[in-house]
Design a protein around this ligand. Sequence first.
Ligand SMILES: Cc1ncc(COP(=O)(O)O)c(C=O)c1O
Length: 481
Amino acid sequence: MTDPDALEALLTRTVQHALAYRRSLAERPVAASASAEAMLEGLAAPLPELGTPAQQVLEQLVQSAGPGLTAMSGPRFFGWVTGGTLPSALAADWLTSVWDQNAGPASGAPAAAAFELLALRWVVELLGLPPEARGALVTGATMANLAALAGARSQVLAAAGWDVERDGLFEAPPLRVLVGRERHASIDKALRLLGLGKRSIEVVEADAQGRLRPAALRAALAGWAGPVIVCAQLGNVDSGAFDPLPEIALELEEWRRAHSRELGWLHVDGAFGLWARASRTLAVRAPGAEAADSWATDAHKTLNVPYDSGIVLTRHPDAQRRAHAIQAAYLSSGARAGLPNPGALTPELSRRARSFALWAALRELGREGVDQLVTRCAAHARLLASLLQAVPGARVLNEVVFNQVVLGLEPPAGSEPRAWLSELCTALQEEGTCYATPSLWRGVPALRFSIVNASTSEPDVRRTAQALQRVYAARSLGARA
Ligand SMILES: Cc1ncc(COP(=O)(O)O)c(C=O)c1O
């Protein structure tokens, strides 16, 4: 057993380090100062034969990791779609490790299960989803897409008379999966892991903002009477655009009326965009999600819960449970029956108790606070877009309907646009004020800024625009000289 005094000293020191890091976030260069290669070179050492006192391990860890830490939870990190860290969620996340619960059967880990069931009930209400939706916490939206689509596959094939859990996929009836052209790559990955490779995925056209076209969906459904899964999304990873879910749901509903309700399934990937529905002013842009059969989202993006915190929700928990069922005599935790095990809806067996941090975030913010957080991020995105649009040579390429800004920049004559943009992005990161990441938006190399951090302020947005202008001017002049 650890000596309690030594543990107290260790944890007290950990708090000091944590506070020093958190205080540094506002001003430290956002990008890490060391590359992964340099980090590994510096760290490389033979596996230690003998142990080291915990205090010393802590000091070594903090000292060694420092140069390779990116200020991802800081106010000017806009790469990928990366949320910040709410104070109560951070504290709850620490306690999650202290309590070290394996969030399996509710009878074995009652607190973890109860907090998960309640927090997800709150999420369902906040996002305006049907009260009968059930869910579970997973690592992220990729895993949430996988977990939900496993349930979808099970149900639509069962409706076609095929038991996929028993008979696998080899001789299964053809199953069509219709996805928007601008879906997130994790949909393809999830489908592939479910045995639905590239050839079973059919792409439905999207418009200039990346929104799936309902008329193209209607055309794709026409003449088909077998099992079908439609994947739509709220929040395109580049443009932030929302698929027109009311129209999409209507198309599927008409198809279902003509064929069979159970043969069709609508899945919504709303990794960050589902949260628009928690904003009084933005909810009108993301209607119709309540009509879906399953949903994937993240708390580690828009809600600012620390990594990792993904959420899968379904209207058909029985199908999802069937898809993920696992049986072994040793898994029983005794005779006490009670609440369902949320983990039974996921591919995982042992699970971190992610519910405490999610509950804490929702408790800290309340409905009002979530609304303000989401609305503020979107307002910051609009401000950033207007400041960047004013930079000579820069052009905002997307309609800024949520928290994403996609920026095209005129490259110097003679340069290869994609390579030049990528170098400019690196130069911007190295300058240290902010962090954006590159993408290819409808064939155009672009910088993306994703604003999903509760600590981002208006001055942060202005500093970001100024940094971009400085770095862009320097790169353009440098190229001309
Ligand atoms: C629309 C969408 N779906 C899925 C994902 C994957 O989420 P995660 O990284 O949490 O697995 C993302 C990530 O940005 C996303 O934007």
